[in-house]
Design a protein around this ligand. Structure first.
Ligand code: ASP
Length: 585
């Protein structure tokens, strides 16, 4: 054994014990004749001490140790005279009487400290060193605990963890597939799963009844802070369930995780908010309901007002920022710049200051008198001291810009506390979404989602108005999970493919196996999948999912540590009968 204890384990009660420790050298300090070494492993740091008087050779050896050298020491646990209350092991130190160098280290390219001097790219290139740092390691420990508790909970509820294949066939789930050429079937390709969707449904047909899997999914999309080309889902499916059964089961799981990991009790049922209401009040299907600041629509209030911008706009609406009437010209200009950013997309910003003395000052004073502004203030529930911020323009774009503005104001006002959690289910999503470019309907969730029975009649007459039995779990403005009750009848599934513009042959070719399976006694079923990386980052209180993944990819989808993707040899391509075209820049 290389060690009798870890570097985070020894306490006052262990004084006088002879111990063996192994780990990495964090720091060496020389104070007069004394040498102190901080020895680190995953569990903590223990101070080693050597005295030149009593052991000259050993002390000299210790003085030569560099950062990140791997060593083994034997010695006796002693009470420290100079205690360090910041370290759990801070009451003791090890008086070393044997020191063995297990492996030297080159000087690491950045400091292995909580606050490091290493930039992002450098830390990713040496990720194995970055992972030695406490904050990064803690995120992965949290990830482990969450995964463990998910398994614990679902196991207790009779779910079976079942692996599904990674080399599958392209399924239209909205994103682009990663594809893999097949050597044994020349000219043909596998696709990596965007999710195990059809497999989990087939497991329900197989009678598995309750399935889950913590599983890698692959989507070839442009990347953002909360997206990676490969990410992990907690993927689940249940048979003989209705929507409410699924919601209750996974609300239970969410509550369990918050309780055991964060000691947060949700002693209430998660609110269920129809999609339409979420868009109307928050301009988003993933509203952050840690704070109110709901939208106020005011198109009716500004009819024939003489202000062209409002008159011509499809949508006029705003929010009330409490206590912000004192904003300076400069602050208001900054907000205007914010909403005008191309990614936000508003044309401009109208403001109304409801001053503390009860008077009004607005950017549209020319068009609206005090009586009109008083009415607005009433509609917004504004009090003296508040600021109204109003946007106008095409409906969907303006609502989404107003959503961004609301989130920005929420941030400025400190209403988005990372230690407060506001979960909700968004329900009643539309089944289909009209795509202007292709002039076709797309499945809003995926093509296997069941329409609401009461809306079935609309499928032919007004497909855009059909609602789905689909739901998302949203926490603090982040979509943590989503799922649906599925179609389990081959005729309806057929019809769905038709609506989505699949020809008979395409539907048969791509999904014949599923519709065929539905002919053999498919039970009613439904499920959900949670973004595991997002869940971990929410629990860790960080925004980027990269920080909770051991070996993530950068924004160009590259792994800079192993330098991937990378070219393959001519011989490898030959075996696959693949010839490279000129590369598009
Ligand atoms: N497969 C879906 C997704 O990845 C989740 C589900 O419907 O269960 O979003």
């Amino acid at each position: 054994m290389y060690r009798s204890h870890t570097c985070g384990e020894l306490r006052l009660a262990d004084v006088n014990q002879s111990v063996t420790l192994s780990g990495w050298v964090q720091k060496v300090r020389n104070l007069g004749g004394m040498t102190f070494v901080d020895l680190r492993d995953r569990y903590g740091i223990t101070q080693l001490v050597l005295d030149i008087e009593s052991s000259k050779e050993l002390s000299e050896k210790a003085r030569k140790l560099g950062r990140e050298y791997v060593i083994q020491v034997k010695g006796k646990v002693e009470e420290r005279s100079n205690k360090n209350d910041k370290l759990p092991t801070g009451d003791i130190e090890i008086l070393v009487d044997e020191l063995k160098l297990l492996n030297p280290s080159e000087l690491p390219p950045f400091t292995i400290e909580d606050e490091t001097d290493g930039g992002d790219e450098l830390r990713m290139k040496y990720r194995y060193l970055d992972l030695r740092r406490n904050p990064v390691r803690r995120n992965l420990e949290l990830r482990h605990r969450l995964g463990f508790e998910v398994r614990n909970y679902l196991n207790q509820k009779n779910f079976i963890e079942t692996e599904t294949p990674v080399l599958i066939k392209s399924t239209p789930e909205g994103a682009r597939d990663f594809i893999v050429p097949s050597r044994m079937n020349q000219g043909e390709f596998y696709a990596l799963p965007q999710s195990p969707q059809v497999f989990k449904q087939l497991l329900m047909v197989a009678g598995f009844d309750r399935y889950f899997q913590i599983v890698k999914c692959f989507r070839d999309e442009d990347l953002r802070a909360d997206r990676q080309p490969e990410f992990t889902q907690i993927d689940c499916e249940m048979a003989f369930v209705e929507q409410q059964d699924v919601l209750e089961t996974f609300e239970g799981m969410t509550k369990h995780l918050f309780k055991v990991i964060k000691n947060v009790d949700f002693d209430f049922e998660f609110p269920q908010m129809p999609f339409e209401e979420a868009i109307k009040n928050y301009g988003s299907d993933k509203p952050d309901i840690r704070f109110e600041m709901k939208f106020v629509e005011m198109k009716d209030m500004v009819a024939n007002c003489g202000f062209k911008v409002f008159e011509d706009a499809e949508y006029v609406g705003g929010i009330c920022a409490q206590g912000c009437a004192g904003y300076s010209r400069k602050e208001l200009d900054k907000l205007t710049d914010f909403v005008r950013k191309p990614q936000i997309g508003a044309q401009g910003l109208v403001y109304v200051k409801y001053n503390t003395d009860g008077s009004f000052k607005s950017s549209v004073d020319k068009f609206f008198d005090e009586t009109a502004l008083t009415k607005w203030a009433e509609a917004y529930g504004a009090k003296p001291g508040d600021l109204l911020l109003i946007l106008a323009g095409p409906k969907a774009r303006t609502q989404s810009a107003l959503c961004e503005l609301r989130l920005e104001m929420g941030k400025r006002l400190g209403l988005r506390d990372k230690n407060k959690f506001a979960p909700l289910w968004v329900v009643d999503f539309p089944l289909l979404e009209w795509d202007k470019e292709t002039e076709r309907y797309h499945a809003m969730h995926h093509p296997f989602t069941s329409p609401k029975i009461e809306d079935l009649a609309l499928l032919d007459s007004d497909p855009g108005r059909v609602r789905a039995n689909a739901y998302d779990l949203v926490i603090n403005g982040v979509e943590i999970g989503g799922g649906s009750i599925r179609i389990h009848n081959d005729e309806l599934q057929h019809k769905m493919f038709q609506l989505l513009g699949f020809t008979e042959e395409e539907a048969e070719g791509q999904f014949g196996f599923l519709m065929n399976a539905f002919k053999y006694g498919a039970p009613p079923h439904g499920g959900v999948a949670f973004g595991f990386d997002r869940l971990v980052s929410l629990f860790a209180g960080i925004d980027s999912i990269r920080d909770v993944i051991a070996f993530p990819k950068n924004n160009s989808g590259r792994d800079v540590m192993i330098d991937s993707p990378s070219p393959v040899t001519e011989a490898q391509l030959d075996e696959l009968s693949i010839k490279m075209k000129e590369i598009k820049q």
